[in-house]
Design a protein around this ligand. Structure first.
Ligand SMILES: [Zn+2]
Length: 418
């Protein structure tokens, strides 16, 4: 077996090329972070997308911006409502090459327009700013690694499809089909650029995540004159919520959380509408199926109540990404490669979810925390460790080089998915 912890002369050369890109990788990240791209800020997303496309035009690849279908949300009237997000950036290179990789990342952030704009130097080589770690820094690292790889002799052995999404932080509802298509058209390995943890550790197994809305209809009536004629949707919702919360602890690793109940109005009107909004997480497919079946059972019980009707929206939008033989083989290859640049990489299981779940669901083993090192993400204290740009881009560039020259056997790892 090849010892991946050893650096070849070509590995040395690729690391040198990454080092030369340090300033470029950092400065373009700051430039991208200065444009607000909160997931609901369509103008901001549309402003940044062409700049990203322009930066990625440094690659030997075809680039296009796809406008996705609006995605459906259930509004507080229980009605579907469409939201138009920004473009999906699709990049493709060398589809005929023997090794094929899907790479992904998102350019939206959790910060609405105007909420968190300053970039502040915290000292100790850390910068605080919106999306620096999650994940504009990661996009820059992905590009830097590809630039360094493509300047070397192995590039013709490896082709890639990149999907850069505008809606990861809200669940990839608009971009999931693009991710699925890119992952299921021959990709052997997936590489996603979420930040790694503050310790440098990366994510191993991930649970699946779901979002559900149950809309319940009753019958409205005047609470004083005709209470008996009314059928309270809120009362039915209350029973439903108790049933949903009672699912906790019934199946190993499954958790359910009711986040909100919308509905009702004045106290003298029997409420005819309630929307129960909840999420559930499950560690594997069997657990996710169990959860969905329980939700359907509880809905059936709710609408069996006299005068109550209802329906279910949503489901497991991110299937679980458990560990399996393929994932473990890939994680071993990544951590051995990390040793070649002095990194001691650990893989830690997490309840969090990301595009790696979608790519796994398309049958492609993947590593999803190849981005920069950072912390306090999703808060105004988000920071990035500036030295991690080179370190993490070197890791990715070495992985690409080793996938291309066969030291990491992409086809073999993919075959382990079964
Ligand atoms: Zn992210």
């Amino acid at each position: 077996m090849t010892d991946l912890s050893v650096r070849t002369p070509e590995d040395e050369a690729i690391c040198e090329r990454v080092l030369a890109l340090e300033e470029t990788m950092q400065s373009r990240t700051l430039e991208w972070a200065r444009i607000n791209t909160g997931s609901w800020n369509r103008d901001g997303l549309e402003a940044l997308a062409p700049k990203l496309a322009d930066a990625f035009s440094a690659l030997e690849a075809d680039i296009r911006l796809d406008v996705p279908e609006p995605f459906e949300k259930i509004d507080d009237q229980g009605q579907p409502d469409g939201f138009q997000t920004g473009p999906i950036i699709r990049i493709e290179s060398r589809p005929e090459a023997p090794v094929q990789v899907i790479m992904s990342g998102h350019y939206d952030t959790v910060f609405p327009d105007g909420t968190f704009t300053e970039i502040t130097d915290l000292g100790n080589g850390r910068l605080n700013g919106p999306g620096l770690a999650d994940m504009k820094g990661g996009l820059s690292v992905m590009l830097g690694a590809l630039q360094a790889f493509e300047a070397g002799p192995m590039k013709d052995e490896l082709g890639y499809k990149i999907v850069i999404t505008p809606d990861e932080e809200t669940g990839n509802f608009a971009s999931a089909p693009a991710l699925h298509e890119a992952a299921s058209s021959g990709a052997m390995i997936g590489m996603t650029y979420e930040p790694c943890m503050e310790t440098g550790a990366m994510s191993g197994g991930r649970k699946g995540s779901s979002v559900f809305d149950i809309v319940l209809h009753g019958r409205s009536a005047h609470a004083g004159r005709a209470k008996d004629d009314g059928r309270s949707a809120l009362e039915a919702a209350a029973h439903l919520v108790i049933g949903l919360e009672a699912l906790n602890g019934q199946y190993e690793g499954v958790s359910v959380n009711v986040g909100a109940i919308d509905g009702g109005s004045a106290v003298n009107i029997v409420p005819d509408l309630a929307i129960v909004r909840f999420g559930a997480r499950a560690p594997d497919e069997a657990a996710a199926n169990w959860t969905t079946a329980q939700v359907e059972r509880l809905l059936a019980e709710a609408i069996a109540r006299d005068g109550i009707s209802g329906h279910l929206h949503g489901g497991f939008y991110r299937p679980p990404k458990p560990r399996n033989a393929a994932q473990d083989a890939l994680f071993t290859a990544v951590s051995e490669t990390g040793k070649a640049i002095g990194l001691n990489l650990e893989f830690v299981d997490t309840g969090g979810v990301c595009e790696g779940n979608n790519i796994f669901a398309a049958g492609v083993p993947n590593v999803d925390t190849l981005g920069v090192m950072g912390g306090r993400i999703h808060s105004a204290e988000e920071y990035v460790v500036m030295s991690s740009f080179v370190e993490r881009a070197q890791l990715s560039a070495l992985l690409l080089n080793r996938l291309a020259d066969g030291r990491i056997d992409a086809a073999k790892i993919k075959a382990m998915m079964g």
